[in-house]
Design a protein around this ligand. Structure first.
Ligand SMILES: C[C@H](N)C(=O)N[C@@H](CCC(=O)O)C(=O)O
Ligand code: MG
Length: 394
């Protein structure tokens, strides 16, 4: 414990020194290559304010792997990956195994200066394992920002410094969901993401109760997390339309692999449909866009394997004229900061579901973006601006 706290403070001091000396030109990365010398992994365990419940699972805490990419210049790039077995298939063990046994062996010794080469290596060195790849990709982008002394959103071409996120209301009884929604609105949230997909008749009652509680001004988006069959989805959504409950969009009404079923829902309701679990790779996104199987795409770094592939989905969405949401799993501030930088840089990302950090009881991360309920503010520090993380050993 004492050792972890010591390392934490030393990391903060090193970071501050780099900021000071970087500013007055003593550290000039202009001529440096920044070689990767090691990849270390630790973990964070953060209790949630309340249980997070979806049609797929119930979780009480964030249990994520923290990745630190160490370089010969003393710079550290930070990344993070949550185990989300029901969506990505990844566990703590699989994330750690993929990084230790495959990814590290492929990228240690490479230069951050040769950025695209490293990202291609990372993408190609193994299939699947998108959470492990995302954690490493995020740490690489952090270092890339540090190498050129600019915050990631600027490196990605963006100028926006603030975002507004929704907050998720877990699936519970209609009464409980109405109370939770009201509490969120009192905290300043203007958009709520309502979890449904468990018992279709009850879902309509849930939505009615929430709408009654929060009034007409609050935007409601719903997420069924694959909970309905295509016909069931159409029936429920039409009932919602008929009862006049205004819904911004519905996320992933049907099974992730049922693209025809997703299209069936999209074609048969007015409420716009967003693909979430159906889209991991840019190829998945392209299929959805070509088939017009959904109206929107939810981009999550843990599904794409990081920013490198997320950018490709953004480009496809620009070409096809499809708006995207940036989402997250149960993630703390490191990976959600990376997602916020991406969203700030891409105007095709018009919707934000980055509530991971505000669902947590504690914040183990110093630095990064500032999360104040619905408001996310990006800092002007190099890369992600992470200063230190209270971690424990794996
Ligand atoms: C946390 C975020 N608002 C969210 O709902 N993300 C996922 C589910 C994440 C999980 O189960 O860890 C989603 O389906 O959009
Ligand atoms: Mg979803």
């Amino acid at each position: 414990m004492a050792e972890t706290v010591f390392v934490f403070f030393v990391e903060i001091i090193i970071f501050k020194l780099k900021l000071i000396y970087g500013k007055i030109g003593i550290i000039n990365h202009g001529g440096e290559v920044m070689k990767i010398t090691a990849i270390e992994m630790e973990r964070i365990s953060v209790p949630l304010i309340r249980p997070f419940k979806t049609a797929l699972r119930t979780v009480d805490s964030v249990e994520d792997v923290i990745v630190k990419i160490i370089t010969d210049t003393g710079n550290i790039g930070y990344g993070e990956a949550p185990p989300t077995p029901v969506i990505t298939g990844d566990t703590i063990g699989s994330i750690v195994g993929a990084i230790k046994e495959v990814i590290s062996k492929n990228i240690i010794g490479m230069k951050i200066e040769d950025f695209e080469e490293i990202l291609i290596k990372l993408d190609k060195c193994m299939i699947k394992n998108t959470s492990a790849k995302a954690a490493v990709d995020i740490a690489l982008y952090d270092l890339f920002g540090q190498l050129y002394g600019a915050p990631l959103y600027k490196i990605l071409g963006g100028g926006k410094k603030e975002l507004v996120t929704d907050i998720t209301i877990s699936v519970n009884t209609p009464e409980q969901m109405a109370l939770d929604s009201l509490e969120a609105v009192k905290k300043g949230y203007t958009t709520l993401k309502i979890k449904v997909g468990k018992d279709s008749e009850m879902d309509i009652k849930r939505l009615k109760a929430v709408r009654e509680a929060v009034g007409e001004e609050i935007k409601l988006r719903i997420d069924a997390n694959q909970g309905w069959t295509p016909k069931e989805g159409v029936r429920i959504l039409r009932k919602m339309e008929d009862s006049g409950i205004d819904i911004e969009f519905v996320e992933q009404p049907v099974n992730a692999y049922d693209i025809d079923g997703l299209k069936f829902v999209t074609d048969n309701v007015y409420i716009p449909v967003m693909a979430d679990e159906s889209v991991f790779s840019p190829k998945d996104a392209l299929t959805i866009m070509q088939k017009r199987a959904a109206d929107f795409i939810n981009i999550k770094l843990m599904k794409t394997g990081g920013i490198y592939n997320a950018l490709k989905i953004c480009s496809l969405a620009e070409i096809y004229g499809i708006q995207c949401m940036i989402g997250c799993m149960l993630e703390a501030k490191v990976s959600v900061t990376a997602a916020a930088h991406l969203a700030a840089a891409k105007s095709v990302i018009t919707k934000v579901d980055l509530d991971g950090p505000v669902l947590c009881k504690e914040d183990p991360v110093t630095g990064g973006a500032v999360f104040t309920e619905s408001l996310i503010k990006l800092e002007n520090k190099p890369g992600l601006g992470i200063e230190g993380i209270k971690t424990s050993k794996l």
